[in-house]
Ligand binder design. Structure first.
Ligand code: DUC
Ligand code: ZN
Ligand code: ZN
Ligand code: ZN
Length: 492
């Protein structure tokens, strides 16, 4: 027949357009968008009636941790590539970018990539790529950057904190200079590691070790200072950076000022900084550990407002999950991995930093109805595809160019609002930090490259692991540096 799949009667929302269109799919690609009703009588193997629900490009989650060694505190990854990407499709995400972690002893980036490929290959329900997670930028490692590009990797992440990962400013300059030469986008975890370890030591000396002190040990200034420093380092080299998981409105203001000066500074935020506060760390027993992530949830409503504003006004390029799944009740290791005889409920410094959220990212944020629909698509899909070299194959519905990755929502008002419960999620984690949060809509169908992989009503997961493919990425299609004002030793 002429099409493989048609999705009719939807309100199609992309980053640039909203309208009543029918979508036709052929050979894994978007073939045609036509005004609603105009495909009547045309043949397709399968037809989905969206009944007026939104039809959007599939979500692109560009910040996901799966099967990493313990780099953020003792604790094992609760999700494999299989369970993590399965959870993703149930929440409308069709592409993930995870991390290929270089621990300090690794001297070859190609072998790190190869190892990560082995974990992902034939196991994914979504399409996928990797960012390099770089912990030891020696000259020979930096010389491997052209190899990364040959392997279809065009981004990496570095850290300004964590013993196993923290880079000094001179090392960051080395990385940025090499990244500029090979048009690699550098993601930066901006927290001042020296300040927060000093604060952690001070708190420990006074016996203040419960989960809530995780937030006390890293106030907003710790993030703001590092964010400013990262911006300065980027300006010196004149190369784009993306500040990951921004939690602080004050850091967001500094980012915005840099953007206003024309610097190529991009920024990401995550649902935890829109929904959680430090009160979520202060719960009876050890429950607060479930919301320990870094940067930490901030003080209150005004902070959330600042982050929403940054999404609305374009300060934030992307909204990712930072899905970083640790088991809470681990048979061997204890609650979020930190139980000891001395501190039966553990000490916050040993709680692995990270929360799950790959499945709840889109429904939680859409349900708040705080973002214009096109803005929602832009920050959860389109911009991630552009920033990381996947556009317009991903993040768009351009006939002939875009993969047929779609999420079909219920018509607004069709579902009664309800509360998120971990039992209903599909990840491998034994909790969600968003337990009890209200949602009003959910992906009804998820389509990956023309195949229905999730149908919520009475069916569930339809996709198969291994249908997800590795995506070779090109350079970012968002702006780079000016290549004029950089400090460059060759100019002197
Ligand atoms: N940074 C992340 O990106 N994820 C979890 C922990 C962290 O610090
Ligand atoms: Zn309408
Ligand atoms: Zn980080
Ligand atoms: Zn992360």
């Amino acid at each position: 027949s002429s099409y493989d799949l048609m999705i009719i009667n939807g309100l199609v929302v992309t980053a640039s357009d909203i309208g009543h269109y029918d979508v036709a799919i052929k050979n894994e690609k978007i073939a045609l968008l036509a005004p609603t009703g105009s495909l009547a009588g045309i043949e397709a193997d399968k037809v989905i009636d969206a009944e007026g629900g939104y039809v959007m490009p599939g979500g692109v989650d560009a910040h996901v941790h799966l099967e990493e060694p313990p780099l953020f505190g003792k604790g094992r990854s609760a999700d494999t590539y299989e369970t993590g990407t399965r959870s993703a499709i149930c929440g409308g995400t069709t592409t993930v970018i995870t991390f290929a972690p270089q621990s300090k002893d690794r001297t070859s980036l190609l072998s790190v990539l190869e190892e990560t490929h082995k974990k992902a290959e034939n196991n994914c329900y979504t399409d996928y790529s990797f960012h390099l997670l770089l912990s030891n930028p020696t000259p020979s490692i930096l010389n491997e950057f052209p190899n990364l590009r040959n392997e279809g990797i065009s981004s990496l992440k570095i850290y300004m904190t964590y013993e196993a990962l923290q880079l000094r400013d001179n090392q960051i300059l080395d990385v940025l200079l090499a990244a500029r030469k090979d048009s690699i986008t550098t993601m930066i975890h901006a927290e001042n590691g020296d300040i927060l370890s000093w604060m952690t030591d001070q708190l420990e000396q006074r016996g203040l070790v419960e989960p809530k002190y995780h937030a006390t040990s890293r106030p907003q200034l710790v993030e703001t200072e590092a964010t400013n420093r990262a911006i300065t380092l980027s300006e010196i080299i004149d190369t784009p950076i993306l500040i990951v998981h921004v939690s602080s409105p004050s850091a967001a203001t500094h980012i915005r000022n840099a953007q206003t000066r024309g610097l190529p500074i991009y920024a990401e935020t995550c649902p935890q900084y829109l929904f959680l506060t430090r009160d979520d760390l202060d719960k009876p027993g050890f429950e607060g550990a479930k919301c320990v992530c870094s940067p930490p949830p901030r003080e209150g409503k005004e902070d959330h407002e600042g982050i929403w504003l940054g999404l609305q006004n374009g300060t934030f390029t992307v909204l990712s999950s930072d899905h970083c799944p640790f088991v809470y009740e681990d048979a061997e290791l204890g609650k979020k991995s930190v139980i000891s005889a001395e501190f039966p409920l553990g000490r916050f410094r040993y709680i692995p930093n990270g929360c799950p959220g790959i499945e709840t990212r889109l429904p939680l944020v859409l349900s708040e109805a705080r973002l214009e629909l096109s803005k929602f698509v832009e920050v959860t899909s389109t911009n991630a595809a552009k920033l990381y070299g996947l556009y317009p194959r991903k993040g768009a519905l351009l006939p002939g160019l875009s993969d047929a990755d779609l999420v079909v929502w219920y018509p607004p008002g069709r579902l009664e609002e309800w509360r998120v419960r971990n039992e209903e999620l599909h990840h491998g984690v034994d909790y969600t930090p968003f337990e009890g949060r209200v949602v009003r809509n959910w992906p009804r169908y998820t389509v990956l490259r023309g195949k229905v992989v999730w149908e919520r009503d009475g069916v569930g997961v339809l996709g198969e692991k291994g249908w997800g493919r590795f995506l070779r990425r090109g350079v970012s299609s968002l702006g780079g540096g000016s290549k004029k004002e950089a400090w460059d030793v060759e100019r002197f």
